[in-house]
Write a protein that binds this ligand. Structure first.
Ligand code: AMP
Ligand code: MG
Length: 320
């Protein structure tokens, strides 16, 4: 059931409760409608990918209400803080190395060591984020491949029955996505042109924005900076070979494992949302436990299985 409510104070409080419980709330921003979840919960973020039907885990923008929060989540260089002061709240997204102790979960970052942050310039978005008191992960509130929605009715067409609540705050005015600037390299990089013109940003920086490295544009998930386990992965495993640890799904491999074998099950009950929520943490755990080779159980190619398999295939690909 999806609650479609005018964005008054009472429904914003209800929306924050839904987010706190791991639910999904679509809300207006000045760019387009966002599909929001608690950015600190991998479970809640997995539901975003599921609701959108995304075939891969691309990193999500974490929406915050204050610059101080952004500074706790990311290591913002002085130039980034200057941009934030000039354009926030507003349609500028800043990407920077995630701060140690930051709260945005790894699934929201799609395994990257960086985090994308912005303060939206919309009273409803700000009230919702403040009421939750945590960063809100929010891509555009449409099914994957559809156009970004600028009204609550557009959101309902795509996501009715897939989200707990849609806050109707009228028409999103910019209709254009945020400009994304990254501070992960020696000089600031324009990752995506958007609602704030490059010239305006360059003026505040007093420097030109660089173009992204080509690989980054073409396939964000394939860049070396994405987390890949040290262990070698063998996908679609139906049995366990000598010395292999297991990354299981639906208790398939666990049944074959002798005692003492390392087996982590992404979802013993075979739930793909749960599996997505556990994916990055389990790959890290297997590394931490020193697994050199990992047999990965078959994961069905439906729903979130497509994105999970995409990520696992990248992790299993030979490295240079
Ligand atoms: P949107 O489509 O407006 O939700 O913006 C998401 C886009 O922000 C992604 O497709 C990336 O291009 C960019 N992005 C988000 N997080 C990161 C990150 N940690 N590092 C690099 N780019 C990011
Ligand atoms: Mg979109």
């Amino acid at each position: 059931m999806t609650i479609l409510a005018p964005a008054d104070p009472a429904s914003i409080v209800r929306g924050a409760e839904i987010l706190r419980e791991g639910g999904l709330v679509a809300f207006p921003t000045e760019t387009v409608y966002g599909l929001g979840a608690d950015a600190t919960s991998a479970w809640a973020v997995a539901r975003i990918y599921d609701a959108k039907g995304r075939p891969s885990f691309n990193p999500l923008i974490a929406h915050v209400a204050e610059i101080a929060t952004a500074q706790r989540e990311a290591l913002l260089p002085e130039a980034a803080i200057r941009l934030a002061a000039a354009f926030w709240p507003g349609p500028l997204t800043i990407v920077a190395p995630a701060a140690p102790g930051g709260s945005v979960c790894e699934l929201a970052r799609a395994g990257l060591p960086s985090v994308a942050l912005r303060i939206p310039d919309h009273p409803v978005a700000l009230a919702l984020i403040s009421a939750l008191g945590k960063p809100v992960a929010a891509p555009s509130a449409n099914r994957s491949g559809h156009v970004s929605p600028v009204t609550a009715a557009h959101v309902a067409e795509d996501l009715s029955g897939r989200v707990e609540m849609i806050l109707d705050g009228g028409r999103a005015t910019a209709g254009l996505e945020s400009t994304i600037v990254s501070f992960c390299d020696a000089s600031p990089v324009l990752l995506r042109p958007g609602a704030i013109a490059r010239e305006k940003i360059e003026k505040v920086l007093g420097a030109k924005l660089s173009a992204p490295a080509r690989a980054e544009v073409m396939a964000p998930g394939m860049t070396a900076s994405h987390y890949a386990p040290n262990a070698r992965l063998r996908l679609e495993a139906h049995e366990l070979q000598e010395g292999e640890a297991a990354l299981d799904f639906g208790a398939r491999l666990a049944a074959l494992a002798a005692p003492g074998r390392i087996v982590l099950d992404l979802s013993p009950k075979g739930d793909l949302v749960e599996a997505a929520a556990n994916l990055f943490a389990y790959l890290r755990q297997l590394d931490a436990r020193g697994a050199a080779r990992i047999a990965v159980a078959h994961i069905p190619e439906r729903g979130l299985g497509e994105a999970i398999n995409d990520r696992l295939r990248r992790a299993a690909a030979p490295r240079v």
